[in-house]
Design a protein around this ligand. Structure first.
Ligand SMILES: Nc1nc2c(ncn2[C@@H]2O[C@H](COP(=O)(O)OP(=O)(O)O)[C@@H](O)[C@H]2O)c(=O)[nH]1
Ligand SMILES: [Mg+2]
Length: 241
């Protein structure tokens, strides 16, 4: 049978989270009756997350591992994973359990049963979604990013409520001939700005704080995301599709 769904998990120092996420994903995906693959893209994590991923791949043929030693970065890891995938539907989920695997079955049903839907986003900002326990700095940073996004690339920020979400699935065909070259963290923004698509659905989820391991979202990453907004504005891509 051909692979219907390819899910990329970008990892950097996620040793403490990967096995739990894998267990949850498999229990969700096995309840749906199609073939899938899980592609872990690890950037040679010092905590050796890649070794756990490789052990998983030995036990479960649906798991593949890409260990990158020359490249770093969340969005480019997603591109590497998708480039080596086979599924009709592609997706990405963070490894740290801030993205609930349980809603994946609903996301997949929506895209499989409605040909008009090309992208399903797990959204923090539609009714029913929210962010829990953010500290003051996190609130300021995310509000500022949304404000700048609305100013620089208004079409995207009007089109969807959470264009900065890191948890989404899409049809392979919409990215196939596109040159995706995001700066930093925000892969979905790049897709929304550069690809052509029909309908987009947003499904609410509650974004919790990570329990184990540390965030890699540094000020450098944050600044790169703002630079990404500027790049998309200058390219004019945000208005083309
Ligand atoms: N391969 C790879 N994954 C990364 C990199 N930076 C972050 N990640 C992964 O991307 C996901 C989100 O990162 P995280 O640090 O939790 O960002 P935050 O949720 O915005 O704080 C997690 O699964 C990380 O392990 C990177 O440079 N390379
Ligand atoms: Mg996180």
């Amino acid at each position: 049978m051909s692979i219907k769904f390819s899910l990329v998990i970008p990892t950097y120092n996620e040793k403490a989270n990967l096995l739990e996420l894998y267990g949850k994903l498999v229990s969700v995906l096995d309840s749906l009756s199609f073939d899938y693959e899980i592609i872990i893209v690890d950037d040679d994590s010092p905590d050796m997350t890649w070794r756990i991923a490789e052990d998983l791949a030995k036990q479960d043929k649906r798991v593949k591992v890409i260990r990158r030693t020359q490249q770093r970065g969340l969005a480019s890891a997603v591109i590497s994973g998708w480039a080596s995938s086979q599924g009709e539907i592609l997706g990405v989920i963070d490894a740290d359990l801030q993205h609930p695997p349980e809603i994946l079955s609903d996301m997949l049903r929506r895209i499989f049963y409605d040909n008009e839907v090309d992208i399903v986003i797990a959204s923090r900002y539609v009714a029913g979604g929210r962010v829990l326990n953010q500290n003051c700095w996190q609130v300021i940073k995310s509000r500022l990013a949304i404000l700048l996004g609305r100013l620089l690339i208004p079409r995207i920020f009007e089109l969807v409520k959470d264009p900065l979400s890191g948890y989404f699935i899409l049809r392979r065909e919409i990215i196939e001939v596109k040159q995706l070259s995001p700066i930093g963290y925000k892969m979905l923004l790049e897709v929304l700005a550069k690809c052509s698509y029909k309908n987009i659905l947003e499904i609410p989820f509650i974004f919790t704080q990570r329990k184990r391991g540390r965030s890699k979202a540094s000020w450098v990453q944050y600044s790169l995301s703002l630079l990404h907004f500027v790049k998309l504005r200058l390219l004019g891509n945000a208005w083309q599709c």
